[in-house]
Write a protein that binds this ligand. Sequence first.
Ligand code: AFP
Length: 281
Amino acid sequence: MTEIIEAIKRASIEIKSIIEEGDTSKSDNQNSTGDTQLKLDIASDIVIENEFKKISSVKQIVSEEQENIVDINKDGKYLIAYDPLDGSSLVDVNLSVGSIYGIYENDFTGTNIIASVYVVFGPRVEMVIADGKSVKMYRLQKGEFNYIQDIKLNEKGKLKAPGSTQACWLPHHKEMVDKFFKDGYRLRYSGGMVPDLHQILLKGGGLFSYPSTTDLPKGKLRQLFEVFPFAFTYESAGGQAIDGFKRVLEIPTTHIHDTSPCFFGSNEEINIVKEAYKHNV
Ligand code: AFP
């Protein structure tokens, strides 16, 4: 595992330069979810793949930017699913973005995730590692990732990050979001899930939602690359991650690019979601 973390650190230092100096225009390619890839997505993906290819304990990798699983070492132990540059469309307006990694054993399913890592590229570069018991944050300072703090969610927070197209929200979802704001929650939503979820974690709690909508009944966010790694992080920090009804980590994955509705938050907010959703299967 240590060598995987070291590879992520090296890749992140290179991706930082790609973000700072790279071309933010679109490429001619689409990824398997149908998004047009930016040149930044492709460049970051190549950096990460090259790093993981050097590691003997890695069995397979799969990137949000690629169609298929890539075999690395047949005797390797770990499987890694990653989103090289989530929120890359925000780079041209100079908002924060991030890389997300889920580390699995045996197969790419939510129940087999054993660690998660994300890296936020903002005014500072921060890496957050969850191992099921704790969540630790490191900051890039003079070329080194230094330990800063453990992250623990409070039982209740103050922030609400409501994703997706509001015109496509289901009535019970809209009612629930309105109620959060009536109860004093403050809106925090940038359109990049890494900084948005990082903010909720560091400010003690709240709720991020990307629900089922009339245009996207299975949500937008991808299970292996976005939903499962952050679910693992939130649970490790003492919070919860559900699809409206049950733990997202218990949702079966039928295809590597499957998406799922998702809610990440501290316990009090997630219990409110369960209550709002329970009669609306
Ligand atoms: P991009 O990688 O295409 O910029 O999408 C970012 C993202 O996957 C995630 O980081 C955001 O939370 C979510 O999409 C935002 O989607 P909406 O704009 O539909 O709320």
